[in-house]
Design a protein. Structure first.
Length: 477
């Protein structure tokens, strides 16, 4: 206790502003651990959930007194609001060493992706092949040949049963990870190379039939992968479309080098609105619900070391995914963040408004990738100015710069518990950052050249990286 034993009236509130319990009085030097106990008791949780607490948007790290400024401390007659945020129950451990360096590709590895449950790992390369790797034995499993040009993009279907790949010839192939064979015919129609592929979210499409692709030719195509047919072509952009996202409320978002982002209805191809504000090419976008839609019916919290075979039908997977999506989204609509060659990011609520919520400035070079954390509370942006910056996921406020790379940062990947972030750079290293302390946790050298692609498996077990040195590296605890 402090000498004068000062006490303060507090009121717990959730992130969305719902009041929990009645105001009550506690000593001003109460510690975080005691706040945890009180909050869990108030919410009557069966299992104790870890929480983080905020006063006036400052996190309480040690005790309450240190986190409130002198003005608040003087006016103790007022009720003090403490906002609590549940954290992930599980903890992902940082990767610290490279457990294998797997050769196989004959050219640079351009993209790396784990399947939604972390069971399979795939990569696309400049040698025109897609490869599947066995994550348990850390050896090559299948080599898939059908493309005739560099593979620029790969995307897992959210049920984990299909992988789509797009190449520089504008062709798209669908692969079966269990056999390494091609499913259906090659999808042709784009006149220039493929820039991005996205599957329809699992909670809207239990069979994972629909896929959307964007291309350098300025069009976006929606495909039915079961029939290997193009259902719709959306042409409204005047230049190359760099990125496409399929939102959880069944809207398509496309970003283009014509400096705009367009919102479409995928069932009839109607343009809903155009989001303007960027002064240069829009390179990258992320949705606040990306992670929950990527993992579909798989919950990282229930991850096991030995993979369980998924025997659920499409409908069961769909209902599980819908439940997870609704929990993650909460009461507010999806948020979209876009990053551009104009060195800025914009935060939007594209379902409701064509005006941005925030313009986020601070990078000194173009932004190559932007991602929401799995719990959607933070945004991380990777830039050619050698830094990774963190922003508040709700209002776009600047939080921190993660500095350490000595060259361009290409890609980033969040751990499933939102506490760690991995980044790959043209300085040939990967770095793992602690988001809470905003400091470097591990430096992972090992690649012989630029690291183009990095992904953290949704079960938290491993990180995979690939780059110009043609090898695939798997990193573990």
């Amino acid at each position: 206790m402090t000498e004068d034993g000062r006490r303060v009236l507090v009121q717990f509130k959730s992130e969305s502003g719902e009041v929990t319990g009645t105001p009550f009085d506690i000593p001003i030097d109460i510690t975080v651990d005691k706040l945890q106990l009180i909050c869990n008791a108030l919410l009557q949780k069966e299992e104790t959930t870890p929480f983080s607490f905020f006063v006036n948007e400052n996190e309480i790290t040690d005790n309450l007194e240190k986190s409130i400024d002198s003005e608040t401390a003087e006016s103790l007659e007022k009720v003090l609001d403490i906002v609590y945020q549940p954290e992930a129950v599980f903890k992902v451990r940082a990767v610290t060493r490279c457990t294998s360096t797997i050769e196989g590709h004959a050219e640079a590895v351009i993209s790396v992706a784990f399947s939604p449950d972390g069971r399979y790992l795939s990569s696309g390369s400049g040698d025109t092949t897609v490869r599947f790797w066995d994550v348990n034995t850390e050896t090559p499993q299948y080599t898939c040949k059908a493309h005739r040009h560099w593979i620029l993009f790969i995307a897992w279907s959210p049920d984990g049963r299909k992988l789509a790949s797009g190449c520089k010839n504008g062709q798209i192939c669908i692969w079966d990870p269990a056999s390494g064979k091609q499913l259906g015919k090659t999808l042709t129609g784009h006149k220039q190379w493929i820039t991005c592929l996205t599957w329809k979210p699992l909670h809207l499409d239990g069979e994972c039939r629909n896929l959307v692709s964007s291309s350098k030719d300025g069009t976006v195509r929606i495909w039915d992968t079961s029939l290997s047919q193009c259902k719709l072509t959306l042409s409204g952009h005047t230049k190359s479309v760099s990125c496409v996202k399929w939102g959880g409320s069944d809207l398509l978002y496309t970003a283009s080098q014509d400096r705009t982002i367009k919102v479409w209805r995928p069932n009839d191809g109607v343009l809903c609105r155009t989001l303007e504000g960027h002064g240069h090419w829009v390179n990258t976008m992320a949705l606040s619900t990306d992670y929950v839609m990527r993992t579909g019916a798989f919950d990282p919290e229930k991850a096991s070391i030995v993979y369980q075979d998924v025997t659920d039908s499409g409908e069961q997977l769909q209902s599980k995914a819908l439940k997870r999506y609704n929990e993650a989204k909460g009461s507010s609509p999806e948020r979209l963040v876009s990053g551009s060659d104009d060195f800025t990011l914009f935060l939007w609520q594209p379902e409701e408004d064509k005006k941005p919520l925030a313009r986020m400035t601070g990078h000194a070079q173009l932004i190559n990738e932007v991602l929401f954390s799995p719990n959607a509370r933070m945004i991380a942006s990777a830039s050619f100015d050698k830094s990774v910056k963190l922003w508040d996921g709700r209002n776009g406020k600047y939080l921190a710069s993660l500095r350490g790379h000595v060259s361009r940062v290409y890609q980033i990947a969040w751990a499933a518990d939102s506490r760690l972030l991995a980044s790959g750079s043209s300085d040939s290293t990967l770095k793992v950052w602690d988001v809470k302390t905003k400091k470097l946790l591990c430096d992972l050298p090992g690649h012989a050249d630029e690291v183009y692609a990095v992904d953290w498996s949704p079960d938290g077990q491993r990180v995979a990286s690939g780059g110009k040195d043609k090898v695939m590296k798997i990193w573990r605890k």
